[in-house]
Write a protein that binds this ligand. Structure first.
Ligand code: COA
Ligand code: AMP
Length: 625
């Protein structure tokens, strides 16, 4: 029987992972090529030595791509567009690597990166990779306290920031956020703080702080430092079920091999083609497909500072596609919902020629059928849903456009990507039959590129992901596989929510609400939202005897979440209720709360302690009280 290219590749990745991944590794330039793919402890390319920055930049210049654009920066916020060739980007990166080194950053040292969507973000990340340092990028929408938590966990030698980020309604000054974070943190970056000054705001620099662009210009180019494939490339913090973020570690070798392979097999993007991921370098999507993936492939990456709507209009995405010759766009469904809401007939499209666009890739949250249909009708190109997480670093399930395009089933991110042995398990850990919903897990060994551990806390890694079902990685998502092997992802089984494609923890919001002096108990759940997919909604029970003006209290609680987590939490709704629905053993029935919020109805769980609180909750959600 002849198999399709996908089935062939998938089967080989399972029966002969060594051969499959050593072949894929040949697309990477190694200082010492690996002789083995996987060792007994699940680490990839254990004897390989390489440099990720070399693979992203130097090798392309060496191979004659020096004059090709590496980065196109398009700021819809300022109207600026600039282009850097591979040679120009390499020059900046190698100089900035020199600047970092002069400040004491060496192999294995961490650098916190708090930058908006400017091309300097790529310079800093790649400069770290060049000298074997470990970058940890923090998204600009997080508050000082979140930045401080990451500083204390990563213990950076240097912190690099910009003077400001630009949001449609305001200039976000970063320096006061950095100052406050450093005041809250115990750790001091002994190599100092470097600031990229932007025209909109110039930050005042104090002792131990310097102008990043000046240091870059004054530094000598520095060469690549070879690192072990298993050495960390970066740490990216993501929301877990508790308030404490998890430091997802990415290694160098597995990551380079997996991303390089994904660029051709999944995204069908080759050298010289323009790839645009409209996300942010602060998220995993940005790490993998704004920075590393396209550059490892020798493609041109678009760095877009702007929104899908309002900067200045709902044609912004079409303009970027047309102006820069974008072949594939990757973004979150929310961005398309935002455009659809403002320009349902896509009238703006008439102003641009986007005939060069081949594919739209969507991920980060569930792709609802309506948005899918709208995108297909509007763009007239394949709309490819694919499913992945910060932890995996690249897609678990996808329609592999470069390997073998498969029929699309709306609602499904298609099939498991080679390397990911996807299984659906029941509570007891038994594999479920076709069509049955359960916990989606990945059978070990895990593919290259996936996190090998959590920064400084291997026990938490094992406990969070590997202990629930021995031999399997727990994705935290539920869903099923149909008779054709298509995977359907239904939603998280834990307290992680997805707000406009941003992953947030309801636990961390609860931790903020609980510190308010009037609050005895609280719960935060994700409720359905037409634009953002989900938004957080809080419920608080007051301490007995406390009288509080509900409006004033609401405003205080909303402000507290914004101050302590950040505007990105989009926390706006909170109600005072008489009690939270709980089991007799005291567990808050968040699932029942979610059902009431989304449908208005829920069966009263037989375990509930006091059914009357559900009625009170319904009234709060209806706005009757
Ligand atoms: N720095 C500082 N603040 C930021 C920020 C950043 N990098 N990113 C967002 N924020 C702020 C916003 O200004 C907003 O603040 P406000 O409450 O003062 O208005 C708040 O965080 C919420 O932002 P967001 O969730 O983005 O909502 P929005 O209403 O500003 O925009 C969309 C809605 C749909 C246009 C926007 O979410 C979007 O473009 N989404 C695309 C999806 C995406 O990129 N996902 C990333 C993962 S792939
Ligand atoms: P993040 O780590 O921020 O990438 O978020 C990962 C989570 O987003 C996953 O665990 C899913 O819950 C959700 N997610 C990402 N992509 C998809 C998708 N294509 N369909 C459904 N959910 C998705």
């Amino acid at each position: 029987m002849t198999m399709g290219a996908y089935a062939d590749a998938y089967q080989r990745s399972r029966t002969d992972p060594e051969g499959f991944w050593l072949d894929a590794a040949a697309a990477v330039d190694w200082d010492r090529a690996p002789t083995r793919a996987l060792d007994d402890s699940g680490r990839w390319f254990p004897d390989g030595v390489l440099n990720t920055c070399f693979n992203a930049l130097d090798r392309h210049v060496r191979d004659g791509r020096g004059d090709q654009d590496a980065v196109i920066w398009d700021s819809a916020m300022t109207g600026q567009v600039s282009r850097w060739t591979y040679r120009e980007l390499l020059d900046r990166v190698s100089r900035f690597a020199g600047a970092l080194r002069a400040r004491g950053v060496g192999k294995g040292d961490r650098v916190i990166v708090y930058l908006p969507m400017i091309p300097e973000a790529l310079v800093v990340m790649l400069a770290c990779a060049r000298i074997g340092a470990v970058h940890s990028v923090v998204f600009g929408g997080f508050a000082p306290k979140e930045l401080a938590a990451r500083i204390d966990d990563a213990r950076p030698t240097v912190l690099v920031a910009a003077s400001c980020g630009l949001e449609p309604n305001r200039v976000v000054e970063y320096k006061p956020i950095v100052d406050e974070a450093l005041r809250l943190a115990e750790h001091r970056p002994e190599g100092g703080v470097l600031i990229f000054q932007r025209d909109q705001v110039r930050a005042e620099l104090g002792p131990g702080e310097a102008d990043a662009a000046e240091e870059l210009a004054a530094s000598e180019p520095t060469d690549c430092v070879p690192v072990a494939a298993t050495d960390p490339l970066y740490v990216l913090y993501t929301s877990g079920t508790t308030g404490r973020p998890k430091g997802v570690v990415r290694d160098n070798g597995g990551h380079a091999v997996a991303l390089r392979w994904s660029m051709s097999a999944i995204y069908d993007i080759g050298p010289g083609e323009v790839f645009w991921t409209a996300s942010d370098v602060g998220w995993v999507v940005g790490h993998s497909y704004i920075v590393y993936g396209p550059l490892l492939a020798g493609a041109t990456t678009v760095v877009y500072e702007g929104k899908p709507v309002g900067t200045p209009d709902a044609g912004a995405f079409w303009r970027v596609i047309a102006e820069h010759g974008v072949k594939a766009l990757f973004t979150a469904p929310t961005a398309f919902r935002a455009i659809k809401r403002v320009d349902h007939e896509a009238a703006e499209l008439a102003r641009y020629d986007i005939s060069g666009l081949r594919t739209l890739f969507l991920a980060g949250e569930r792709l609802d059928p309506e948005t899918y249909q709208w995108a297909v009708r509007t763009l007239e190109v394949p709309v490819v849903d694919h499913w992945w997480q910060t932890e995996t670093g690249w897609p678990i399930c996808a329609n592999l456009r470069g390997l073998e395009p498969m029929p699309i089933k709306p609602g499904s991110p298609t099939v498991p990507v080679p390397g990911f042995d996807v299984r659906v398990l029941d509570q007891a850990g038994e594999e479920l039959p076709t069509g049955a919903d359960g916990a989606i897990c990945i059978k070990q060994p895990l593919p290259p590129g996936m996190l090998p551990t959590l920064w400084g806390d291997h026990e938490r890694f094992v406990e969070s992901y590997l202990s629930r079902y021995p031999g399997y990685y727990l994705t935290g998502d539920s869903g099923h596989v149909d008779e054709d092997g298509y995977v359907f992802v239904m939603g998280r089984t834990d307290d992680v929510i997805n707000v406009a494609g941003h992953r947030l923890s309801t636990g961390s919001m609860e931790a903020v609400l609980a510190t308010h002096p009037a609050v005895a108990e609280c719960a935060v759940i994700g409720v359905r939202d037409e634009l953002k997919g989900q938004v957080p909604r809080g419920f608080v029970v007051l301490k007995s005897g406390v009288q509080a003006d509900p409006e004033a209290l609401r405003a205080e609680l909303v402000a507290a979440v914004r101050d302590q987590i950040g505007p990105v939490a989009a926390f706006r709704d909170v109600d005072v209720v008489d009690g939270l629905p709980k089991t007799r053993s005291g567990k808050v029935l968040r699932k029942s709360m979610r059902e009431i919020a989304d449908s208005g109805e829920t069966k009263v769980p037989s375990t509930i302690e006091d059914p009357a609180v559900l009625e009170d909750l319904r009234a709060a959600l209806r706005g009757d009280r």
